[in-house]
Design a protein around this ligand. Structure first.
Ligand code: SAH
Ligand code: SF4
Ligand code: F3S
Length: 435
């Protein structure tokens, strides 16, 4: 039976969220309707993540839960990075998977759905040179803060990471396509655009880089805020840093993963930056934009990590004073060089290090939040809060801010930050929004 309704469940990074939105638009253009719940959908797309073992396992446990009480089940499409990594193997692991579609083949999903409805079990994990983006319909829906993928893939080959294998080589979307999509998003109601890429600051079209793109997007009327993520330290150009000091719409926030504070470990990770070059970049950024909120990613328990290496990681956290940061236990991924390195670190040590690192990160996050109490700023309202009349939005520094206001999602309100918590701020409105 041809499915009439669909549900897309996205896991992993923001690029998967973006891909999920594009797949939804594509299926809608084919006449299918989004279902509110997984249980009501004729087709379920599991848009999966392969970055750590737990994320990959989740994909299969979710597939296992597709059988309904009445013995029926929807068509199941395995999409995303697990699909890319496992390809046809996924069909052998679970008979419930009808479609396997990799991240570069989404534009062919409707045809695959039609074939699956006739009983086939198509697999498409090609990484074609032609861009899937060309096949997507024009954007007609947008969130107040909308994602826009500008770059995909990775050539860096950090020794722990699957992304170069699941997303392929670094490619940049053409300048004109991005500008067109940005205009469409703003016309559909976006006030903020978050430019996405696995190495977003490696984006280039001819001799134009991300800073040029940001400066051009900043001229779009109605677009008030620009962000980008995730950046690699070696691609942090002087032009991009300078843009932070000059482009008012470019928000004072930078996610710049460092992974470890030990040069020995950074080398084993093949990160191609050192602690010193990383800190020099941070310093330049603070010179360009003194209030920049810094964020990062950390891995604890990389093979061979000693207590001393770990102490160096705590030290870089103290040096940078991150406003927020993500930290993970090292997860050995099949096919990556680090998976077969000697001196894999026992789980108990990883647990202990992760806990200590997270405590340190939390201390700095709270300190950052407290340092912004009393500041007059603007909040982009994104959604309703838990209480009547309460709305939740983001400060320029990406803090989640709770405000009592009659403003609606998409409004930008003048707010004074009045209280700080570890995970959010409270703000009061300085000037009410005209009803
Ligand atoms: N391209 C980005 C994001 C990569 S994935 C970057 O280079 O920063 C997001 C984060 O997941 C990484 O920054 C890293 O901290 C973490 N990560 C990647 N592979 C991992 C692994 N095998 N085990 C644990 N964490 C991992
Ligand atoms: Fe993975 Fe490293 Fe590429 Fe980031 S830069 S996606 S961590 S290989
Ligand atoms: Fe996960 Fe793939 Fe993103 S592995 S983090 S969904 S690029």
């Amino acid at each position: 039976m041809t499915p009439r309704t669909f549900k897309i469940k996205s896991f992993g990074c923001q690029m998967n969220v973006y891909d999920g939105e594009r797949m939804a638009e594509l299926l809608s253009a084919e006449g299918m309707m989004p279902a509110a719940e997984t249980d009501d959908a004729d087709l379920v797309v599991l848009n999966t993540c392969h970055i750590r073992e737990k994320a990959a396992e989740k994909a299969y446990s979710d597939v296992g839960r597709m059988m309904r009480e009445d013995g029926t089940r929807p068509l199941v499409a395995l999409a995303g990075c697990v699909a890319q990594a496992e390809a046809a193997e996924a069909k052998r692991r679970s008979p419930m998977i009808d479609i396997v579609v990799g991240p570069q083949a989404y534009h062919r999903l409707p045809g695959m759905v039609a074939r699956a409805a006739r009983g086939a079990r198509p697999v498409d994990t090609d990484m074609p040179a032609i861009s899937k983006f060309d096949a997507f319909p024009q954007r007609r829906r947008a969130n107040p803060s909308s994602f826009l993928t500008v770059q995909e893939g990775c050539d860096k080959f950090c020794t722990y990471c699957v992304v170069p294998y699941t997303r392929g080589a670094e490619i940049s979307r053409p300048w004109a396509d991005i500008v067109t999509e940005a205009h469409a998003l703003v016309d559909a109601g976006a006030r903020e655009i978050v430019l996405l890429g696995q190495n977003v600051n490696a984006w280039a079209d001819g001799n134009r880089g991300l800073a040029d793109l940001i400066r051009t997007l900043a001229t779009i009327d109605g677009l008030e805020r620009i962000r980008y993520t995730t950046s690699h330290p070696v691609n942090m150009s002087d032009e991009l840093i300078a843009a932070h000091g000059e482009v008012a719409k470019l928000m004072p926030y930078l996610h710049l993963p460092v992974q470890s504070g030990s040069n020995r470990i950074l080398k084993a990770m093949n990160r191609s930056h050192t602690v010193e070059t990383y800190l020099a970049t941070i310093e330049k950024m603070r010179d360009a934009r003194s209030d920049i909120a810094l964020s990062g990613d950390f891995i604890v328990g990389f093979p061979g990590e000693t207590d001393e290496d770990f102490e160096a990681t705590l030290k870089i956290v103290d040096t940078v004073r991150y406003a927020s940061a993500y930290s993970f236990k090292y997860s050995a991924r099949p096919g990556t060089p680090a998976a077969t390195m000697e001196e894999q670190i026992p789980r108990e040590i990883m647990d202990e290090r992760l806990q200590r690192l997270q405590e340190r990160i939390n201390d700095h996050r709270l300190a950052f939040n407290r340092s912004t109490v009393g500041v007059d700023t603007q909040v982009l309202i994104e959604r309703e809060g838990r209480h009547e009349g309460q709305m939740i939005g983001r400060s320029p520094w990406l803090q989640s801010v709770h405000v009592d206001t009659n403003a609606r999602a998409g409004d930008i309100v003048d707010v004074t930050l009045v209280a700080a918590g570890p995970n959010s701020m409270t703000g009061t409105v300085r000037r009410a929004v005209a009803a």
